[in-house]
Design a binder for this molecule. Structure first.
Ligand code: ATR
Length: 294
């Protein structure tokens, strides 16, 4: 039913007490989660193992049944299963419900609860790496896809004064704004209205794939819209510096890359599973090292 796509990232003694974890996705070969979470368990002295499982959409229900049957304590869920997996869980945390996607499952004695740590991971990374606090701020988010949902929700919940979602397909932006309206002041616009929104914003954030392979070397907006007073953030972490971030630096803006979001979404998952603070420094270090090695 499952195919192990990665060996365990770190040498550990596995025995009958080892608690099991993993990530379900397709494709999942490129995932840095096993490396990062096995490091976290090792540093925390927890007898656990985390593997990557290539799960096709038609096998998702069986894979979730396997969490219960085999007694996995926790699972991360990635593309393309974040929405569909919700059908198979016993409970969905309130935020994950509003976001409409789950990336973390906690198994309490066979009862599966779904959470979404992507957005809160982003906000924590922003605060820890740049000192930016969303409370009272004006924020422009580029993109209205799956990645934008959790981030917009968390920024709104963290007290943003206004969030403007700008998207190539304008009606996806207005639909997302409407879906998250209970979380804060959010509106959707088309790209033609971007200059006005950028003139007043404190944080500009890219959630589109523009800037990563195969759109490497492209930027999602005209660099003339970037101002030195802005913080410019990109959730892409490979490459570490996208064209958007390079242009922002050239224009004197502060920048924030996407690696921290990945680290912190994993850190929140670790904390949900173990009740312990995640060893962020070591988690970041092993992922950075792996990215540098290519
Ligand atoms: P994800 O889960 O990564 O957010 P998604 O749900 O497919 O993926 O959403 C992709 C986002 O990137 C969308 O906002 C998409 O814009 P559209 O809604 O107009 O498709 C945006 N995007 C992707 N390629 C783009 C491009 N070449 N130019 C501008 N926006 C792009």
């Amino acid at each position: 039913m499952f195919r192990m796509a990665h060996p365990v990232g770190e040498r550990q003694e596995l025995n009958t007490q080892t608690v099991l974890y993993g990530v379900f996705g397709s494709p999942v070969m490129q995932s840095k989660s096993p490396l990062m979470l096995n490091r976290a368990f090792a540093v925390a002295g927890i007898n656990a193992a985390y593997a990557a499982f290539e799960v096709s959409p038609r096998n998702l229900a069986a894979a979730v049944a396997g969490i219960r049957a085999l007694g996995f304590r926790g699972i991360n869920v990635t593309i393309p299963h974040k929405v569909e997996v919700m059908e198979y869980l016993d409970e969905i945390d309130e935020s994950a419900q509003m976001i409409g996607a789950v990336n973390t499952i906690v198994n309490d004695g066979g009862r599966l609860t779904g959470y979404n740590t992507d957005g809160i991971g982003y906000v924590r990374s922003l605060r820890e790496e740049t000192g930016f606090v969303p409370d009272g701020k004006r924020i422009v988010v580029l993109g209205a896809g799956g990645a934008a949902r959790g981030i917009v929700h968390s920024l709104a919940r963290a007290g943003a004064r206004e969030i403007v979602i700008a998207n190539r397909t304008a009606n996806r932006a207005t639909e997302l704004a409407a879906a998250l309206a209970a979380a804060g002041v959010i509106r959707g616009i088309g790209m033609e209205a971007l200059p006005e929104a950028c003139a007043a914003c404190d944080l500009l954030l890219n959630t589109t794939q523009v800037g990563m392979r195969p759109l490497l070397g492209q930027s999602p907006l005209d660099p003339k819209l970037l101002r030195p007073q802005m913080l410019v953030s990109d959730i892409i972490y490979n490459p570490r510096e996208t064209l958007l971030l390079r242009e922002a630096l050239n224009r004197g803006a502060a920048v924030h890359g996407g690696l921290g979001m990945f680290i912190h979404q994993g850190a929140y998952a670790f904390e949900l599973w173990t009740g312990l603070p995640a060893p962020i420094t070591e988690m970041r270090q092993i992922v950075e090292q792996s990215l540098a090695e290519g």
